[in-house]
Design a protein. Structure first.
Lengths: 392, 368, 197
């Protein structure tokens, strides 16, 4: 693959590397202080009342690093930084380019997060990182960063499930106690509810994720990926008026988006070929129809899960959860059911390091650690694989 | 152990260069690096590795291969390697302007839009506003709509009125299309099931434009309730509960019968099956709470189909719903599938397919 | 009095439903002729009673017709013709009249009269008036429309044919005639509910 040739100018052997980084040995002061403080920190772990975690997220095209402090009664966000890899219109983000982006930005972002938090590495209790699900290469890159920090500062690692990160952050931010969770992003579309120590997946996509559907649709129409394709579709959809007939596929609490994507792509091709006059609809109409149809499907499966578990609270998390039309639709549904919706803004809806730090710290406080040997990533990490020790 | 990995499919082994190398460039160093990280405690050595790590990532950047980002990136990336490393290890933070979606620190005032909980009476469908001997009772507000217990024609005939109210959040055209389609489709399917001898509620009347379907009132409780009552707080001996297993077999047989006549339910859960107690049996007679005939209800998402794939997905939906609703009774779910297998000729093929669907389902938390 | 007043559930209070059953009808040809001539005096649902399996069956047709009338979506000229057509499991109107309506050879006859105030007729006919008109014009014996009586009149073979209930092995396999009849009634109701959809 082309990737190999990119790296080739620099031989990556420890011996050759050691020659080129001699200046590093000059500045070993900060690392030595952190090592000494870490040992005392470990001794005090049992009777602590305040904890700080650093979270590293990079399962898709966002690199996020954040620091959070828990006390027995409160949660404080110390810093929450994100750097997004944006591919040109008409293209998606490829694993190797995204991984490269994460590796490139990791150190600077970590440094900045620490600085903005106003703490020193010695204050950190654990290094949390996304263990999955997500794209392999970016996950692995960020995991390397997290491992390096952990070893550098002698801090324990905590591997975090990305979806659980979203859920826990959402619960904390919104105060929703036991909501049905609609988790919609570029890689995931799940309806989740907590039962007996696990986040159980009640419904999910049978094929592609909803965000993936939107992203790929945006590519066909050359809609910009900046700041996000879904955001730009949302803006276009606001001007759409005509509802086009698109497949509506809900099976139980699951739904499918591949058929609707194929139909939308076919209509988009028609539009590009004939123009709005010839096709009888505009780009805006198409965006509008796509949103109306897929969001109606999401609201439906969410409502079904709510009915099934007897809950009236909904929490929306994930990047697609930023969409205001989706939030309005869910809110209207929840209201009709005598319940309420909890939605978050882009700081927490979009992938971020804070949620990883938060969920990781919850696990850490129950005694959970991820050893270095176990700190491998998995692209397919089910939400219900996580044993939720910290909830009743 | 705090976390259990019940069935994680594919682990990306960091230490396996076959997997990590082709997809990435910089992490080609990861095999050596990780090994060293594990075995070597030397701080200097870590430093060297960070240098390597950065150097590898920095190289393509210099080659102009970095794709545009929303931020300017960080000056440290374009500086010589030495500076990069010194920046890492010194306490100095480069004063660069971050153009990513970074937030001001320490701003835990998080935007939560929790609307006020509103509990209100639902307006009745027009048909139920007409006089009747007893007022209609709202039984459930399912996702599908509302289920009322009311009467059909005469005070002595109880019935279930399934009402799909307009969903104001849905586009009106889409809403009308879905409502009509679902009322008609459910009625057609119930009628077909009935004709082919599967026990489902009778269709009494319908009005697809007004969004209601009047059905026979099935006596009994949803199987979910019976199972949960049976389970109580038990955690042991569930796998040997013969009466529970017998219920599972009746479920399997009913689902098999449904599939054999070419119907796919689309939303099989233990809430969508009623346990109709034997005629003349009162509640006190019902010793195990598990006797009776399975009546499959709520065929609102059902469709005609004889494909093994569809049957397998149907079973998969049931399996998952069962697991999430009755986690402790998962051990007896096998009985459902065993009975299903015996219920019609093609069942074995569908069950084979189920294994495939399970695998697919397990994978799909990944990117599309 | 020949007619029975029926109070159906979920029917607007302004609607009145009257029902009569005549046996040994001698002048079916005359009644049939009045329908064909669209004689306004004879605006009734005249139904061949051998096509009916139970009161519930007949009343279901009435309910459907009334509902369509209330919603203003009648598919036939009036609520009475709608009642006859509502009995059918197909959307073919002419076929429905032929199968379920009165014919010159009808001997057992159901008569349904549905009245409600309209602009032109704010005070519809009373039960007495309807009863008298029927007694004067139907040559037959008025009997109570009980399920027991209906059972003796039903032509089960014709019903099974009308509702396409032949060739159902499970139905044929039912030994208990009472259970079988109940099952037929259920299937008939389902067939009617789905007419034309």
């Amino acid at each position: 693959m082309a990737a190999a040739s990119v790296a080739s100018p620099v031989p990556h052997l420890p011996t050759s590397a050691s020659t080129s980084i001699t200046p590093a040995s000059n500045t070993s002061t900060s690392t030595s202080t952190s090592t000494s403080s870490a040992t005392s920190d470990m001794a005090a772990a049992t009777s602590k009342s305040s904890w700080i975690a650093l979270g590293c997220e990079g399962s898709a095209n966002k690199l996020g690093i954040g620091l959070i402090r828990h006390t027995t009664t409160s949660t404080t966000i110390l810093s929450n930084l994100r750097h997004t890899f944006i591919s040109p219109p008409g293209t998606g983000f490829l694993p190797k380019d995204t991984a490269l982006h994460h590796r490139t930005e990791f150190v600077a972002l970590a440094r900045r997060a620490i600085a903005e938090a106003g703490i020193t590495p010695a204050d950190v209790d654990c290094i949390c990182f996304t263990q999955g699900p997500g794209m392999g290469a970016p996950l692995t890159s960020v995991a390397i960063g997290a491992r390096t920090l952990a070893l550098l500062w002698d801090k324990p690692l905590v591997g975090v499930n990305h979806c659980v990160g979203h859920i826990e952050m959402g619960r904390d931010v919104t105060g929703a106690d036991n909501p049905v969770v609609l988790y919609v992003s570029g890689g995931n579309s799940q309806v989740i509810a907590y039962a007996e120590k696990r986040y159980r997946i009640f419904g999910e996509t049978l094929d592609i994720a909803v965000g993936n559907c939107l992203d790929r649709f945006a590519r066909v129409l050359n809609i910009s990926n900046d700041p996000a394709p879904g955001y730009n579709i949302e803006q276009l959809a606001k001007k759409g008026t005509k509802l086009l007939d698109l497949p509506y596929v809900v099976k139980g609490m699951d739904c499918s988006f591949s058929g609707i994507l194929a139909s939308a792509e076919a209509l988009a091709a028609q539009l590009l070929q004939l123009g709005p006059e010839g096709a009888g609809f505009t780009t805006e109409d198409l965006c509008f129809s796509l949103q109306e149809t897929i969001f109606a499907m999401l609201v439906e499966i969410t409502e079904r899960a709510m009915a099934h578990v007897g809950s009236s609270e909904v929490l929306i998390v994930g990047g697609v959860g930023c969409n205001e039309r989706l939030q309005d639709m869910i809110a209207s549904m929840a209201k009709e059911r005598g319940g309420s919706v909890f939605a978050m803004d882009e700081r927490f809806c979009i992938d971020n390091g804070i949620m990883i730090a938060h969920a990781g710290l919850l696990a850490y406080r129950t005694g959970f650690r991820t050893s270095l040997e176990e700190s491998v990533c998995t692209q397919r990490f089910r939400t219900d694989d996580v044993y939720v020790e910290w909830r009743d | 152990m705090c976390r259990e990995f019940s069935s994680r499919n594919i682990i990306i082994p960091l230490l396996n260069p076959k997997i990590s190398s082709p997809a990435e460039n910089g992490t080609q160093s990861s095999p050596q690096m990780a090994d060293c990280l594990v075995t070597c405690a030397s701080i200097v050595f870590f430093v060297l590795h960070i240098g390597l790590f950065l150097r590898l990532t920095a190289a393509p950047v210099a080659g102009g291969r970095r794709s545009p980002t929303n931020g300017t990136g960080n000056p440290s990336l374009s500086t010589p390697l030495q500076r990069v490393i010194s920046v890492i290890l010194s306490g100095i933070v480069p004063k660069t302007k971050f153009l990513s979606s970074a937030l001001p620190p320490k701003s835990p005032t998080m935007a939560a839009t929790a609307s006020e909980a509103v509990v209100h009476e639902f307006p009745l469908p027009a048909i139920l506003t007409n006089p009747a001997s007893t007022p209609p009772t709202l039984i459930t507000q399912g996702a599908e709509g509302r289920l009322y217990k009311t009467t059909y024609l005469l005070p002595s005939i109880p019935c279930a009125l399934k009402y799909r109210p307009p969903k104001p959040w849905r586009h009106p055209i889409l809403d009308q299309r879905l409502t009509r389609h679902r009322i008609l489709s459910e009625a057609r399917i119930l009628s077909k099931c009935r004709r082919d001898g599967l026990r489902v509620p009778d269709v009494y009347a319908l009005d697809e434009s007004a969004g209601w379907l009047m059905l026979e009132w099935v006596q009994g409780t949803p199987v979910r309730v019976n199972i949960n009552q049976r389970l109580g707080n038990r955690t042991e001996g569930i796998e040997d509960d013969e009466e529970l297993k017998d219920l599972m077999r009746r479920i399997g047989a009913a689902v098999g019968k449904m599939h054999s006549i070419g119907i796919i339910h689309g939303d099989l859960t233990t809430s969508n099956m009623m346990l109709n107690p034997p005629a003349g049996q009162t509640e006190t007679d019902n010793v195990s709470g598990l006797e009776g005939e399975i009546v499959i209800i709520d065929l609102g998402l059902a469709s005609g189909g004889v494909h093994d794939e569809d049957r397998a997905v149907d079973l998969y939906v049931l399996e998952r719903a069962f697991g999430s609703t009755h986690p402790r009774a998962e051990c007896v779910f096998g009985e459902v599938l065993d009975a299903y297998k015996k219920s019609f000729k093609q069942a074995g093929v569908a069950l084979k397919k189920l294994e495939e669907v399970r695998m697919r389902g397990r994978k799909r938390s990944m990117l599309g | 009095m020949a007619v029975e007043t029926i109070q159906l559930e979920h029917v607007p209070a302004s609607y009145r439903v009257y029902l009569a059953l005549f046996r040994n009808v001698k002048n079916a040809a005359f009644l049939h002729q009045q329908l064909l001539a669209r004689n306004a005096e004879f605006e009734y649902a005249f139904i061949d009673a051998s096509t009916i399996v139970s009161r519930m069956h007949l009343l279901s047709a009435v309910f459907k017709a009334v509902n369509n009338s209330v919603n203003g979506v009648l598919k036939t000229p009036n609520v009475h013709s709608e009642t006859v057509v509502s009995l059918s499991s197909s959307s073919n109107i002419a076929d429905a009249y032929r199968r379920f309506g009165v014919s010159p050879s009808t001997t057992d006859l159901f008569v349904v009269k549905i009245v409600f105030p309209t602009d032109t007729n704010p005070e519809p006919a009373s039960a007495e008036a309807i009863s008298k008109h029927l007694t004067d014009n139907v040559e037959g014996d008025a009997v109570p429309a009980t399920d027991d009586t209906i059972e003796t009149i039903t032509d089960v073979r014709a019903v099974r044919k009308s509702y396409k209930l032949n060739g159902l092995a499970w139905l044929d396999g039912i030994k208990d005639e009472l259970v079988k009849r109940k099952e037929i009634e259920r299937l008939v109701l389902g067939g009617m509910a789905l007419r034309g959809v």
